[in-house]
Design a protein around this ligand. Structure first.
Ligand code: GUN
Length: 281
């Protein structure tokens, strides 16, 4: 039976370490959190981020904008926050309403305040091993693996999904940890054959319970990034947990696996803002 990788516990550890740093180093950190519209899932995520800020001692400054906010006025707000020296991090909750160009908004956030790690400069820095903000979900997965004692160096890592937020930065981080990395996607031929090579299988394809035991090598570590509601309104991931658990050596549950790590790593990035900005804010 696989060991369960407990994201709730590990995220609590990370948040406690952040809280301690704020207290001991007397850090004074402010995160601007922008939500446009009232998508219920976004409201839950934003609420979790604000709660975590409060716990750690980070000041969160909320901006709740109406659904019909224009792209120009959102860009103006971001530019104003870029110039505001009392703001260390800027988070624009995604998705944005369809009339707003998300890429343009992300590009407008100062890389020195890009605590989500989505700006092209942050992504570029990651890919050439330079300092910069790292996307929170993949950074959280590295912490889950390391803090659960999973060896990464020299291992075969297969990532299913090539999104800008998870799959691609995940590949860069696993390379940085000296894994041999394969990224699969919807055009990958013989997906099962490829995923079966994995010592560490990271799944972010956005299809409920898609990965069954036929995709998994005996003894693999399986990380499930998906989050969906099934027919009974219960949360499930991209991995068929009950089917895969008996063949894996370790596995993340949904909920309580990768999800809580995203918020914890955002908090960590907020504290790093002072260092990464390097006076260039
Ligand atoms: N929407 C879903 N996940 C995220 C995230 O990590 N950051 C932001 N800004 N929006 C999201």
């Amino acid at each position: 039976m696989a060991k369960r990788i407990d994201g709730k516990m590990i995220s609590a550890q990370v948040k406690d370490e952040c809280k301690k740093r704020v207290e001991e180093e007397g850090l004074n950190v402010t995160l601007a959190v922008i939500q446009v519209g009232s998508d219920p899932a976004s409201t839950v995520y934003v609420g979790n981020k604000k709660k975590a800020c409060e716990y750690i001692g980070i000041c969160s400054r909320p901006y709740e904008l109406p659904e019909d906010t224009t792209e120009e006025s959102l860009l103006e707000l971001v530019e104003k926050l870029n110039r505001d020296d009392s703001v260390d991090g800027i988070l624009v909750q995604l998705p944005l309403p369809s009339h707003i160009d998300e890429d343009r908004v992300i590009r407008t956030i100062s890389p020195a305040k890009d605590v989500d790690g989505f700006h092209p400069q942050s992504v570029g820095a990651l890919s050439i091993g330079q300092p910069g903000f790292v996307s929170c979900t993949p950074a959280g997965i590295i912490q889950l693996l390391k803090r659960s004692g999973v060896e990464i160096d020299g291992k075969e890592c297969v990532i299913v999904g090539r999104s800008n937020i998870v799959g691609k930065p995940m590949a860069m981080l696993m390379l940085r940890e000296n894994a041999t990395v394969t990224v699969c996607h919807s055009h990958t031929a013989n997906l099962k054959e490829v995923t079966k090579r994995a010592d560490i299988l990271i799944v972010a394809i956005g299809r409920p319970r898609f990965i069954t035991r036929e995709y998994v090598k005996e003894g693999a570590v399986v990380i499930d990034v998906g989050i969906h509601r099934n027919e009974d309104n219960k949360l499930c991931g991209d991995v068929n947990f009950e089917d895969v658990e008996p063949v894996a050596s370790a596995i993340t549950p949904v909920p309580g696996g990768v999800g809580p790590m995203t918020v914890a790593m955002l908090m960590n990035n907020c504290l790093e803002a002072k260092n990464i900005a390097g006076g260039s804010k």
